[in-house]
Design a protein around this ligand. Structure first.
Ligand SMILES: NC(=O)c1ccc[n+]([C@@H]2O[C@H](COP(=O)([O-])OP(=O)(O)OC[C@H]3O[C@@H](n4cnc5c(N)ncnc54)[C@H](OP(=O)(O)O)[C@@H]3O)[C@@H](O)[C@H]2O)c1
Length: 303
């Protein structure tokens, strides 16, 4: 079972499993969305409010690859609810006799964090570790790839605006991992006997300032990059959000970035370099804005 096989990371995991001859099911909040895999993937709704049906959909599953989470609270969706839903999912996997859970978390997940994303991720990790199932927890930083949002939208911004505002000094770090590499790591982790919690970061470390300059160079953008007090680009992103009908970035996300939470001290596990990928995809990255709200909130089931 791969959650979100029609969305981003789950799609790459599902595709890789299918290419290995595995049978794949998916859980999604968009069960009627176009299914890129056709009949190869069995589709089930998340059904967090009907756990018996969720258990039913998990019967016979060896491995649950879980990518379910939210980027930010919006409307009725909150981090508390995402934690609760994930606990229901894990409990259902236990009841259905699932052998292993491979869970995608985040670098520096921490129950003491003031940021609900990082706090909630650690609460869920601990729940999994205490559930008695075999587990592998992978902690990526920013995930890049064709459907990725952050890198694409920085590129879109650099293509369309004369000025790009960096939050503060821009010296905080990111280690983006390629979505295919992450998919490979999750499947490798599923095949290991031992339980694990590992950071899954890419081979290049950038300061945020370096990352924005790299994207600007690869896009041949003439935008001027300037450093501003963090609140100012955040306000500007809210204004842009009105035009693109999206939540471009939240204060929590900026705080996480500036707090170096997308940086790991562990050796990189991903192989693909963002700089090479951007070079190869410079014609397509950032041509269109990618909207989180469109992907996950409008219109969808209430999960
Ligand atoms: N993307 C990144 O750069 C990044 C960085 C670090 C960690 N992560 C973690 O990696 C995992 C996969 O991330 P991803 O970006 O690839 O996720 P995704 O595919 O966009 O979404 C993963 C799953 O969560 C569901 N979901 C997402 N937002 C939701 C919302 N607001 N309400 C209800 N359901 C929602 C999706 O539902 P549908 O099936 O209906 O689409 C999908 O099943 C997540 O756990 C994320 O926290 C991501």
């Amino acid at each position: 079972m791969v959650t979100g096989a029609f969305s981003y990371t789950g799609k790459y995991i599902a595709r890789r499993l299918l290419s290995m001859g595995e049978r794949v099911r998916t859980l999604t909040g968009h069960p009627v969305k176009e299914n890129p895999f056709g009949e190869q993937v069995e589709v089930f709704p998340y059904n967090f409010d009907k756990p018996e049906e969720l258990v039913e959909s998990l019967l016979g599953v060896d491995t649950l690859y879980n990518s379910y989470w939210i980027r930010f609270p919006y409307g009725e969706m909150t981090f508390e609810r995402a934690v609760g839903n994930t606990k229901i999912l894990i409990g259902s996997a236990q009841k259905a006799g699932v052998g292993k859970i491979v869970h995608i978390s985040i670098t520096n997940a921490d129950e003491k964090s003031s940021l609900p994303y990082f706090k909630g991720k650690r609460i869920v990790e601990r729940f999994i570790q205490e559930a008695g199932l075999s587990y592998a927890i992978l902690r990526p930083t920013v995930i890049f790839g064709k459907e990725g949002i952050l890198i694409n939208n920085i590129a879109w911004y650099l293509r369309n605006f004369p000025i790009f505002g960096i939050f503060g000094d821009g010296n905080y770090r990111v280690q983006p991992i390629y979505v295919e590499d992450l998919a490979e790591l999750t499947i490798d982790a599923a095949r290991k006997d031992e339980d694990m919690v590992v950071d899954a970061v890419g081979p290049e470390t950038f300061t945020y300032d370096g990352l924005v300059h790299l994207i600007k160079d690869k896009m041949n953008s003439n935008a001027k990059i300037i450093h501003l007090p963090a609140w100012l680009p955040l306000i500007l992103s809210k204004i842009v959000g009105k035009f693109v009908n999206d939540v471009v970035l939240t204060k929590d996300e900026v705080d996480g970035l500036m707090g170096d939470l997308l940086y790991s001290r562990d050796p990189p596990k991903g192989k693909t370099r963002l700089s090479s990928w951007l070079e190869e995809n410079s014609e397509s990255v950032g041509i269109e804005y990618t909207s989180e709200l469109k992907r996950h909130y409008l219109p969808r089931q209430k999960y």
